[in-house]
Design a protein around this ligand. Structure first.
Ligand SMILES: [Fe+2]
Length: 211
């Protein structure tokens, strides 16, 4: 159970969440960042809803060596994933393959570090542009026009659970080395493995065979 959740809260289940998102994302452009109005509308929606811990706790999956991603909602225009972050676990620095990405914290504290997208990957260190720690029910948004980012559990004494909406779904992305700026194409289907499965740069990250 998350810390500090009042017992009289009215909760939304995953099916209702997907229905709400569908109303906002139906007919929107695919494979490109969303317009500012849609970004704000979905962000406010995610911040306002309260999801039932009795439902989402059934989908958490904590493993020792890496965070995990669990599918909890799907639509032709988007997917909803539940990410389980063990103490101190973090993602690689990564892009979003022209997808729009919203994140809502369900439990714990999630740290985000945003870096400028490198113009010539591998030519110089990544430049940090923003850093933030999000608390339960806070939501944020990123797409490739904002830069690349790293997310992780800000705490070493408590797990973290976050909800991620990707519109559209993408099955691969580039990860980046902070020191050199060098990038690798990796399959997100194996993001819970360590190291992630590398792909060829000629592979198409949006191709469904990687789902
Ligand atoms: Fe991300």
């Amino acid at each position: 159970m998350p810390e500090d959740e009042p017992c009289h809260t009215r909760y939304l289940d995953f099916a209702s969440l997907v229905a709400g998102l569908r109303k906002m994302l139906d007919g929107k452009v695919r494979g490109a960042p969303q317009d500012p109005e849609t970004v704000a509308e979905v962000t406010e929606y995610l911040q306002s809803v309260r999801l039932n811990p009795k439902e989402w706790e059934q989908y958490t999956n904590f493993v020792g060596h890496c965070y995990t991603r669990t599918l909890v909602g799907i639509d032709p225009n988007f997917v909803v994933l539940l990410l389980s972050w063990g103490k101190g676990q973090e993602s690689p620095i990564h892009c979003h393959s022209n997808s729009s990405c919203w994140v809502k914290v369900l439990d714990g504290e999630l740290k985000e570090s945003v870096f400028q997208s490198p113009e010539n990957p591998g030519s110089k260190p990544l430049k940090l542009t923003a850093q933030e720690i999000y608390s339960p029910n806070q939501a944020t948004y990123i797409d490739d026009t904002h830069g690349v980012h790293q997310m992780g559990n800000a705490r070493t004494d408590h797990p973290c659970v976050s909800l991620h909406v990707y519109a559209p779904a993408h099955s691969a992305c580039h990860t980046f080395d902070r020191t050199t700026g060098a990038r690798k194409l990796v399959s997100l289907g194996t993001a819970h493995s360590n190291p992630p499965l590398e792909m060829s740069e000629t592979d198409d990250p949006s191709h469904p065979r990687f789902l």
